[in-house]
Design a binder for this molecule. Structure first.
Ligand code: ACO
Length: 369
């Protein structure tokens, strides 16, 4: 029961993990990683089926038009210290967005879906603006550029120039792979929050706060720190042996559900290799592949989704402390699907706790304590 391991806490038709196979709405992650775009995934997760061409075009249009941020978000971003925690900035910004949405407390199906689109599109614009404002660059407004996908929009808003097609495609695959993962900690947090019939924004804020931890979404940043610490493939063996001897956790390895490998990891590994070769520097990929080999040989642990993401995002030129924010952009599609599902057939989530404290104690007046 510790950590609710193995406890089934709700029914869902959004995704499943059975015998190590991850499916979104019945489609295997292998099919989705190689064939789907992130916008198709959003539609699939929210509406329960793949979109036809017209439906996909309409969703993309809605997303791209909704990405424009209220001006006061930029004012808020200017108030932050440049060195402040980026996930905390994102969390506050999403909370702040609530004040610009007059449908916040309308829980109807139509209003919930409109809000889902607004939040989904704006998250990417906020993350790019966080980076530009903290580095004294002018933020770019989404309606000032022409783009065809959220991945392309994000990289463009971040870097100030149209991304290479390979970079936009690689990020799109990452967004597909991170979009949804059953009842992980952040998704559970979002469902608990909205089960009180609180609003969608509160559900996403709870989820961001939960994803922020190093045992969950922040492991990707910790992997990058580790790779930087190691620095060179010649140091990998000694470094990993030291960590194992000190019984320290090796970030990006192990998983609560997958005990024989995370099915998403191999796609990120392939991407890391391809991007490293494209950049003409496979050092991080090479170190990662060696770490994978050693950790499996010595601990029997396999990489999870966060391990090779660290190299992929680094090759895409994304600052390290934004890795978890990109995870959040992608996972918003899954969080949102769960929030919509929860609101569709709501029952307050309120488990019980096993009391293990003292049975009886005598009240003492304050002067006698
Ligand atoms: N490095 C070293 N040892 C590990 C690791 C690891 N990454 N993961 C698990 N173990 C060991 C534990 O020390 C423990 O050993 P013990 O029984 O001798 O004490 C055993 O494996 C079981 O570990 P638990 O933490 O009990 O297993 P749990 O299912 O709770 O762990 C978790 C899952 C938290 C993800 C864990 O594997 C971990 O801490 N990994 C590193 C952090 C990480 O990569 N998180 C991202 C997960 S994916 C995601 O959230 C998107």
């Amino acid at each position: 029961m510790s950590g609710l391991t193995g406890i089934v806490a709700c029914e869902t038709a959004i995704s499943s993990i059975e015998n190590g196979v991850l499916r979104y709405r019945g489609y295997t992650i292998d099919d989705l990683a190689t064939k789907a775009t992130f916008e198709e995934i959003i539609y699939l997760l929210w509406y329960g089926r793949l979109p036809n061409r017209l439906e996909l075009t309409a969703l993309k249009q809605d997303l791209l038009e909704s990405a424009v941020l209220p001006k006061k978000i930029y004012d808020l971003l200017h108030l932050y210290e440049p060195w402040g925690n980026a996930m905390a900035k994102l969390r506050t910004c999403v909370s702040f967005l609530t004040h610009f949405d007059d449908e916040v407390m309308d829980h109807s199906f139509a209003a919930d879906h409109r809000k889902a689109i607004r939040i989904m599109a704006r998250m990417a614009a906020i993350v790019a603006a966080i980076e530009r404002i903290r580095t004294d660059l002018e933020p770019i407004e989404p309606d000032a550029i022409q783009f065809t996908s959220l991945a392309e929009m994000f990289l463009w808003l971040l870097k100030g120039e149209k991304p290479e097609p390979l970079a936009a495609k690689a990020l799109d695959v990452c967004l597909v792979l991170h979009a949804e993962h059953e009842l992980n900690a952040s998704t559970f947090a979002s469902r608990v929050t909205v089960s009180t019939m609180s609003d969608i924004y509160s559900g996403i804020v709870s989820a961001i706060g939960t994803l922020k931890g190093p045992l969950h979404g922040n492991a990707n940043e910790q992997v990058a720190n580790m790779l930087e610490d190691i620095g060179d493939i010649s140091r990998v063996e000694e470094y990993i042996a030291g960590k194992i001897a000190r019984k320290e956790r090796i970030m990006g390895f192990g998983h609560r559900v997958y005990k024989h490998g995370d099915p998403r990891a191999k796609y990120l590994k392939e991407l890391a290799k391809e991007l490293g070769e494209w950049r003409g520097d496979t050092r991080w990929y090479d170190m990662s592949a060696k770490i994978e080999q050693l950790v499996f040989a010595k601990k029997g642990l396999m990489p999870n989704v966060d391990f090779y993401s660290a190299s992929v995002y680094t090759y895409l030129g994304i600052p390290r402390d934004l890795f978890t924010l990109i995870f959040a952009i992608s996972r918003t599609s899954g969080w949102m699907a769960h929030i919509l599902e929860q609101h569709d057939n709501n029952k307050l989530i309120r488990p019980r706790a096993q009391y293990i404290g003292k049975k009886h104690d005598q009240w003492l007046p304050i002067e006698d304590r």
